[in-house]
Design a binder for this molecule. Structure first.
Ligand code: SF4
Length: 410
């Protein structure tokens, strides 16, 4: 059963020509060595993730920026609105001003590829049990002190971008490993907008779906373009206070809420929400009440929400790991407030990780960590016991990828 279809609009508004500029080392001031037109022969290398071996740091023009009266260029991709002098990089580090335009410096480069269970994204209502090809780049437009992926997202070095991959090669690799979808993850795909969209287009041509794992911190216009190519998303709702967003992420809550509202009311993208619970920061009963009530009232009861446990990392080493009781309490509050599909994550909790029917309460999809242990959906995606539909995208049978993680080296 399918509820939440991707848009079928394949046009790419304002698509730029693929002029690629090489950088010397990708660090500091961008120094082009030479330029050439990136044609199909460079972008299609059968049986390999590799692009042309010459493409070591793909720099492409971008469209979401404008000139200011004082001579700076303002990037309009995300609500940070970085204002750049020639040679400067934005806060995300991967977008920069070069030759009087704002460019993306990491087109076609990745920090690595891995075939994962889709439940790891986490997505519990989108092709359960199937394999997903995950990749990311470097940098991030948020500054989360608790970042759980800081080695990639906080990287100021291009050295981690060890893998070069064309969009077509990524799509073919996903097909080769029988992945039903590709995840734009590890760092936020918002900042590699142009690359993500091209990968998503190449995937669509092969019938492979695209999943954005994102903080949802993006401006209106690029948001519309980006989600035209995505089939599903997991959006972090990191907290429900501006204090948390401002002091612990360096961003703002409102644009994230706008992304969630946009996804629900203006697209057919399937999405789920994740909230990482940090002791003493965003786990109070009052905040969880407010957050879950807002989700139900604004997005409806069918949007799944995952409450995941934090472990001390990056610049937040002084906090304890989230107790098991905190994530289970959050789940109980969500269910009490009418959210039909509330999950725990990063803890061993079979009931909290399983999908129950909101009609009769029976288990629809049992999960032990990322392994499916029960499947009680009909071919139409209805409860086998009472017939009530379960929302999401389900195939007639669950996938059988299991909990395996398979790193892929190009
Ligand atoms: S995408 Fe990067 S350069 Fe653009 S505004 Fe956001 S942080 Fe700044």
């Amino acid at each position: 059963m399918v509820i939440g279809h991707p848009s079928q609009d394949f046009s790419l508004k304002g698509k730029f020509p693929f002029w690629v500029i090489f950088a010397t080392h990708g660090l500091g001031i961008l120094s082009p060595l030479w330029r050439f037109r990136l044609d199909d022969s460079h972008r299609q290398i059968p049986g390999s993730l590799l692009m042309s071996t010459e493409i070591l740091a793909g720099i492409v023009p971008t469209t979401y920026w404008h000139s200011l009266d004082d001579g700076r260029l303002q990037c309009d991709l995300c609500p940070r609105f970085c204002r750049l002098q020639e040679g400067q990089r934005g806060m995300c580090f991967v977008r920069a001003r070069q030759d009087n335009q704002v460019v993306l410096t990491t087109y076609g480069r990745s920090s690595g590829f891995c075939v994962d269970p889709i439940e790891k994204k986490p997505l519990n209502h989108f092709l359960p049990g199937t394999a997903i090809l995950s990749f990311g780049t470097a940098g991030c437009n948020l500054a989360c002190k608790f970042c759980q992926n800081w080695d990639m997202s906080k990287s100021r070095e291009m050295d981690i971008l060890a893998a070069e991959a064309s969009p077509e090669a990524i799509a073919r690799t996903a097909q080769k490993f029988e992945c039903r979808s590709v995840a734009y993850t590890y760092n936020d795909p918002v900042i590699f907008h142009e690359y993500a969209i091209d990968v998503a287009q190449a995937c669509r041509e092969l019938g492979i779906k695209s999943v954005a794992v994102t903080a949802g911190y993006v401006c209106d216009e690029p948001r519309v373009e980006f989600y035209r190519y995505m089939d599903a998303a997991n959006v972090d709702l990191k907290a429900f206070t501006e204090r948390f967003y401002h002091s612990l992420t360096g961003s703002h809550l409102e644009p994230v809420l706008e992304t969630l509202v946009y996804l629900k009311h203006h697209t057919r993208v399937w999405f789920e929400i994740t909230t990482l619970l940090i002791p003493g920061e965003n786990d109070s009963e009052g905040e969880l009440e407010e957050l879950t009530q807002w989700v139900v009232e604004t997005l409806g009861p069918d949007i799944p929400i995952h409450f995941t446990a934090f472990h001390p990392d990056w610049k937040m080493l002084d906090k304890s790991p989230t107790p098991f009781s905190t994530v289970t309490r959050a789940r109980r509050i969500a269910l009490k407030n009418g959210i039909r599909y509330a999950y725990t994550g990063n803890v061993h909790d079979e009931p909290g990780g399983s999908t129950s029917c909101h009609g009769c309460g029976n288990t629809l999809i049992g999960r032990d960590w990322h392994v499916l242990t029960a499947w009680n959906l009909t071919e139409e995606g209805h409860c086998r016991f009472c017939g009530i539909p379960c929302v999401g995208l389900f195939e007639k049978e669950p996938g059988n990828w299991g909990a395996k993680r398979l790193p892929i080296r190009p």
